[in-house]
Design a protein around this ligand. Structure first.
Ligand code: SAH
Length: 381
């Protein structure tokens, strides 16, 4: 049975939010109401293909059932508190959750595709040193409805009214939070992204990015067919532990072994390794050599270089363009498929690692950041 969490936007906490159910969950819920499972699928189509949230407009659903549904449940996506467009077409939404919390969702249009970057948690507990969300501390996991609701809100805004003419072609779980730390809700939401009666995206077009929660990488490959991205950022344990503290628990050798198991189970897939380039920290020729050595163990995989995106209070700086170019060339010359991620939406703080939202921090991490900012020991670059 699905765990049901009412979102702040839900009309009444006692009612069930249908966005919390995947297809099977919806069928079960309709069965509980004494309705045939195909009715659940009819309503699912209204929700995700027509982006309809009012039962009264579901014209092929009988009047009696519409009344029953209105009594028992609702379709509640998060409220948009703010939306902002960047000069390059990138669009960011600030979506209200409960108790003054909010998360960010970003749409990145490109000539051949439109990618939505979705959040999985309010804040993040992992404390990666170079990430703005990490500095905010952690509040809680998002519910399934709050995750799939981000796609729903963006699709509706972008005019995704007909299923054939959708503008969101890809979804990446690369917004705020560590998606594997919110496993069940994220998997359920990704099922809705993939389902033909949901957003109907192919497995290559739904990507989960993790900082490396090793046991859950194995579980993910059993749970759902999606693409995997792994945030590496350093190819030696000492540096990686400094940048991504989770590395202490799951060091590089264990992470790589999990990636090899993933590939063994899905031989035709590849894994993308994200590597954020920070000036003087992990961008030297020696670091590239270490990365090349590591990538030899995963010959079908690729590297995605991300120029560091600054945020207020960070002690890191972006690597120079020349250094980035040399780093990429060194990898390419060694036969490692390496892409450079173009920075998008940085004029609205929508670039990778800049998503801050509004987090009531339960870990008290943000207090330290604020203190350092106040003392002037840290400043934006
Ligand atoms: N928790 C997940 C998703 C996070 S964000 C993960 O760690 O993969 C997606 C990517 O942006 C990650 O690779 C993350 O390490 C990277 N990132 C975080 N902060 C960044 C920054 N300031 N500049 C550039 N990339 C950043």
């Amino acid at each position: 049975m699905n765990q049901v969490t009412a979102t702040s936007s839900g009309p009444m906490a006692a009612k069930v939010n249908l966005l919390d159910f995947d297809r099977q969950g919806l069928r079960d819920f309709f069965a509980q109401l004494g309705e045939k499972p195909y009715r659940a699928e009819q309503v699912m189509k209204w929700i995700y293909h027509d982006l309809e949230d009012n039962f009264e407009n579901m014209t092929d659903v009988g009047k009696a059932l519409r009344a029953k549904l209105t009594e028992a449940c609702y379709i509640g996506a998060p409220n948009t508190l703010l939306d902002k467009a960047a000069t390059d077409g990138t669009h960011k939404w600030l979506l209200g959750m409960d108790k003054g919390n909010a998360v960010e969702t970003v749409y990145i249009p490109e000539p051949t595709r439109g990618t939505l970057c979705v959040s999985s948690q309010i804040g993040c507990a992992l404390n990666c040193q170079f990430c703005s969300t990490g500095a905010q501390g952690f509040n809680r996991n998002l519910s399934t409805a709050e995750i799939i609701g981000q796609v729903w809100v963006a699709a509706k805004y972008l005019g995704n009214v007909t299923h054939q003419n959708r503008r969101i072609t890809n979804v990446v779980m690369m917004g705020m939070g560590e998606p594997l730390a919110n496993f069940e809700n994220v998997v359920r939401a990704m099922k809705l992204m993939r389902d033909d009666l949901g957003f109907g995206l192919a497995s290559k077009r739904v990507t989960l990015s993790t900082a490396g929660m090793v046991p859950l990488i194995d579980e993910l490959s059993d749970a759902i067919d999606v693409s995997l991205a792994v945030s590496l950022h350093a190819a030696n344990d000492e540096l990686r532990t400094e940048l991504v503290p989770l590395n202490k628990r799951y060091p590089i050798a264990e992470l790589l072994a999990a990636c090899q198991r993933w590939i063994a189970r899905k031989p035709r897939t590849s894994i993308t390794f994200e590597y954020t380039l920070m000036k003087g920290v992990n961008d030297q020729p020696e670091h590239a050599r270490q990365l090349i050595k590591l990538m030899r163990k995963l010959p079908t995989c690729k590297v995605n270089l991300i120029p560091f995106n600054p945020f207020p209070g960070t002690r890191f700086e972006r690597s120079d363009a020349g250094t980035i170019h040399e780093f990429q060339t060194q990898l390419l010359n060694a036969g490692v498929l390496t892409m450079l991620r173009r920075t998008r939406g940085d004029d609205i703080d929508a670039a990778c690692g800049q998503l801050a939202g509004q987090v009531t921090d339960r870990t008290r991490r943000s207090a330290g950041l604020r203190k350092r900012q106040d003392e002037g020991t840290l400043h934006a670059i």
